[in-house]
Design a protein around this ligand. Structure first.
Ligand SMILES: [Zn+2]
Length: 352
């Protein structure tokens, strides 16, 4: 999005520039001129770096049922689910909940049911992905898929300490369910797959199993939307979107999608970067979640997520930390992004 000088200059009268900067710049004292140039540079820099939407909290428009969204998040992050560690009783409870929701929404199973069991790692541990489909309505586009993914596993329990994983990633899965519910009513041209992956925390194994061994072939998939940690944007209410680098069309549709809610959406989280809350080592955001596996198969992606926060991978990542206005606006923005993507001819990277 272009720098909104216009909106800022409404608040900062033109007289401000005329009366402060012009006389200062034409002042004879060098130090005075230098100070004026510094002030002007800071003003321009501030304008470039501050999206207008980052100046105020987001305002959901009522597109989705926010109460249900939060209720599903609470269910997934409840102590009953014991932190949803792969191959545990808590994980099985989470699977049952997600399956029931898929059935209620009316997703179509691609085999007998929504489950894709798989084995991973040195100890041949068992994981289970869950996915269902909403068929598209366009006569040719419906043969191609957009996969919306969110991992449902988390870190489980250590002694009596439960790692609830509310933001990471009950938030992504509850959003996945709300988005599925929305598109059950407002169908798309492309077909949509809703994928809840397992064993992401252990090393993105669920996404690997989905692309290597599910009934869906990678070449059927034109796009991945990955949701991982989307329910709290910190003091600045900021959500990041990755995958727009070198793809201006993706950048513009996401920015347009954020406008109705005035969500502070920033292109970023690409490559190695230091997180504001983890200054010890840079994070390779390209490989930080399931979108990495899709990208390895040549599939374009958008990854929505917030920055690391002090509750990241702590037992304190609990539902009451949710910023519901931010979370709801985020889900609305993702829905609008999918609607805009649906109107494009996707498969930028695919050769056949
Ligand atoms: Zn995690």
């Amino acid at each position: 999005m272009a720098c909104q000088v216009a909106s800022l200059s409404n608040k900062l009268p033109k007289e401000f520039i005329a009366y402060i900067f012009y006389p200062a710049l034409s002042h004879k004292t060098k130090a005075f001129k230098f100070a004026a140039i510094c002030l002007l540079s800071l003003f321009i820099l501030g304008c470039i770096q501050t999206s207008p939407h980052c100046l105020s909290p987001p305002k959901p428009t009522g597109l989705i049922n926010a109460k249900q969204l939060f209720k599903d998040l609470q269910t997934l992050a409840h102590p009953d689910m014991q932190g949803r560690k792969t191959n545990t009783l808590g994980s099985q409870k989470a699977q049952q909940f997600i399956q029931q929701k898929f059935e209620q929404i009316g997703l179509q199973a691609l085999q007998n049911n929504f489950r894709q069991p798989f084995y991973f790692g040195k100890n041949n541990e068992k994981g289970v992905n869950l996915f269902g489909k909403l068929a598209g309505r366009h006569k040719t586009k419906k043969n191609h898929l957009i996969v919306i993914s969110a991992h449902y596993d988390h870190l489980g329990q250590q002694g009596t300490k439960i790692y609830h994983g509310s933001d990471d990633n009950a938030s992504g899965v509850a959003a996945l369910l709300t988005i599925a519910q929305f598109f059950k009513t407002y169908s798309t041209d492309y077909s949509l797959i809703f994928l809840a992956t397992d064993a992401e925390e252990a090393g993105l194994y669920g996404a690997q199993a989905f692309l290597n061994a599910s009934p869906i072939k990678p070449k059927q998939i034109l796009f991945n939307i990955n949701l991982d940690m989307i329910s709290r944007g910190g003091r600045k209410n900021r959500l990041y979107v990755a995958g727009t680098r070198f793809k201006p069309v993706l950048k513009s549709i996401t920015m347009l999608a954020a406008q109705p809610t005035q969500l502070c959406l920033k292109p970023g989280h690409q490559g190695r970067q230091f997180s504001r809350n983890s200054l010890t080592a840079p994070i390779n955001w390209d490989e930080a979640s399931d979108h990495y596996i899709f990208n390895k198969h040549g599939i374009d992606y958008l990854y929505f997520g917030v920055d690391l926060h002090p509750d990241y991978h702590q037992s304190s990542d609990t539902p009451e930390k949710t910023n519901l206005a931010f979370y709801t606006a985020t889900v609305e923005t993702i829905i609008s992004t999918i609607q805009r993507l649906d109107k494009l001819v996707l498969g930028f990277n695919q050769k056949d």
